[in-house]
Design a protein around this ligand. Structure first.
Ligand SMILES: Nc1ncnc2c1ncn2[C@@H]1O[C@H](COP(=O)(O)OP(=O)(O)O)[C@@H](O)[C@H]1O
Ligand SMILES: [Mg+2]
Length: 247
C-alpha cells in the first residue's frame, strides 16, 4: 500500500532562493505528521506542494500514490476535493454566518440536496463543538472559535487528508491547548490522516504520531515525539529548550 501523502527528495526555490532542499516526508493512513520549523523555514510551502499549488523543481509529491505534478487540471481539482485545508488565518467569508461558511463549498461544488447539506453542516459543527454558534457571524467569534469553524469547513467534503497550517499559533495558551485537543479528538473520531505544520514544539509533541524538523530546507531530524525528545540534534534541542522541555 502507498502512503496517503509522500514527498520524495523535493527541491523548490523562489527565484534563486532555495526553500526546500531535498525534503522527503510520508504520512500513512491515520498518521498525524507534524513538520516543525521556524517562521520562514518553508512550512506553508510544503503544504502548497501537497495541494499542487506549487510544483517541485526536482523530486516528486504523491497523494494516494498519484504524482501531483502529473495530474491534469481536472484531476488536480478532484484531488483537492479529497484534501481539507485549515488555513493559518481562518479565512472565513466575513459576510456569511457560520452555517453559510460551511454550506457554501457543498452548495457550490456538489449537487447534494439541501437537507443533506444541513445534516453535514450540523455534524461537522458538532465535531468541533460549535453547534451553538451556527447562526453567528465571524466577527462575533473568538480566535479559537474561528479556528474551529475553519476546521469544520475543511471536513465538509470528508477529506482523506487534512492539512493544518499553524493551527495553534496566534492563540492564547489555553485556547491553543483546546485546538490541539480538538485535533487529537478529530483524528480519533474520523481516522483522517493529518499533516500539520507549526513552529510550536509543545503542540507538536502533543499531537504528532510522527515529527519532522525542517531547517534550512532540509529535514534534519525525524521520529516519534519520544524519539524527538531524546534527539541530540542541535536544532531539536533548541526547540525543546524554548518549549521548556529541557533545562
Ligand atoms: N510567493 C513567494 N515568492 C517569493 N518568496 C516566497 C513566496 N512565498 C514564500 N516565500 C519565501 O519562502 C520562504 C518560506 O516561506 P513559507 O513556506 O511561507 O515559510 P513558513 O510557512 O515556514 O513561515 C520564506 O523565506 C518566504 O519569504
Ligand atoms: Mg507559514
Amino acid at each position: 500500500m502507498h502512503p496517503v501523502m509522500e514527498m520524495r527528495d523535493v527541491e523548490f526555490a523562489f527565484d534563486q532562493k532555495k526553500i526546500l532542499d531535498g525534503v522527503s516526508l510520508r504520512a500513512e493512513q491515520g498518521d498525524r505528521l507534524v513538520v516543525l520549523g521556524t517562521s520562514g523555514s518553508g512550512k506553508s510551502t510544503i503544504l502548497r506542494q501537497i495541494l499542487g499549488i506549487l510544483h517541485p523543481q526536482r523530486g516528486s509529491v504523491f497523494f494516494q500514490g498519484q504524482e501531483v505534478a502529473k495530474l491534469e487540471r481536472r484531476q488536480l481539482s478532484q484531488m483537492r476535493g479529497r484534501i481539507g485545508m485549515v488555513f493559518q488565518y481562518a479565512a472565513l467569508v466575513s459576510s456569511l454566518n457560520v452555517r453559510d461558511n460551511l454550506a457554501l463549498p457543498l452548495e457550490e461544488l456538489t449537487d447534494k440536496p439541501a437537507d443533506e447539506i444541513e445534516k453535514i453542516v450540523d455534524e461537522k459543527l458538532a465535531l468541533v463543538e460549535l453547534t451553538e454558534a451556527k447562526m453567528k457571524m465571524p466577527a462575533e467569534l473568538s480566535g479559537g472559535m474561528k479556528k474551529r469553524v475553519g476546521i469544520a469547513r475543511a471536513l465538509v467534503h470528508e477529506p482523506e487528508l487534512i492539512l493544518f497550517d499553524e493551527p495553534s499559533a496566534g492563540l492564547d495558551p489555553v485556547t491553543a491547548v483546546v485546538i490541539d485537543d480538538l485535533i487529537l479528538d478529530l483524528s480519533a473520531k474520523t481516522n483522517v490522516t493529518a499533516v500539520i505544520v507549526t513552529h510550536l514544539m509543545q503542540s507538536a509533541l502533543k499531537i504528532a504520531t510522527q515529527m519532522a524538523m525542517l531547517n534550512e530546507g532540509k529535514i534534519v531530524a525525524e521520529g516519534t515525539p519520544d524519539e524527538m525528545r531524546a534527539s541530540s540534534n542541535e536544532i531539536v534541542q533548541d526547540f525543546l529548550a524554548a518549549a521548556g522541555e529541557k533545562s
